[in-house]
Design a protein around this ligand. Sequence first.
Ligand code: GLP
Length: 239
Amino acid sequence: MKLIVECREFCNMDASMRYKRLLEKKPDAALGFATGATPLELYHELARLYRAGEISFARARAFNLDEYVGMNSDNANSFRYFMNKYLFGRTDFNVANTYMPYCLSRESLTASHYELLIEQAGGIDLMLLGIGRNGHIGFNEPGTPFGSITHVQQLSEETRAANSRFFYSPTLVPTYAVTMGIATIMHARSIILLAYGREKAQAVHDMVAGPVTESVPASVLQLHPDVTVYADAEAAALL
Ligand code: GLP
């Protein structure tokens, strides 16, 4: 696991260069994306590079990590809406090549369909992750088996509370989400994880320096051969 502790501007710029280099080499690369506040600046930077003519996503495929169960794409709280707004709609992504693990009800999940789509794309070349305060990646909460594939996950109260800042009222935060599993994430050829701010310090410590355990989902990344963790000084404060 490579750890880079730098200011956010540097981290986002350096991470954006990974996309530029990858897409130059492989224009149809499969890219895994995350939502949340953390990747926003990186997405701004990727959009800026696109406007400057330095990067093209025209042939790239996108696979998002997760989505709330039962949320339509026109709902402003859906991750599809978020991705269209901050990345896909600001670059030359072909929206037909951008995928989310949709499911309208807990029973209707076609997890194997999403896994198959990823497999048919040749696997994910570069997976972007954030990290939850309790060490979750995607929506894989503590205790999720390392062997898990795309599945419906009940969200912890802590995660619902953390995500309530995006909703009108905390009661509107869904209780279930569909997420790539830990094994799905671990199959990606390369992984970038961004962690910014003091509230991520414990999770970053446990991910990087703690034991590899299902109670800290991100600790599994210690076992992956190509992971880069970008952290600002606040997020790295306990290391
Ligand atoms: C959500 C997402 C994760 C994200 C995490 C942290 O739970 N499912 O993918 O990493 O929140 O979000 P933020 O970047 O807003 O702190």
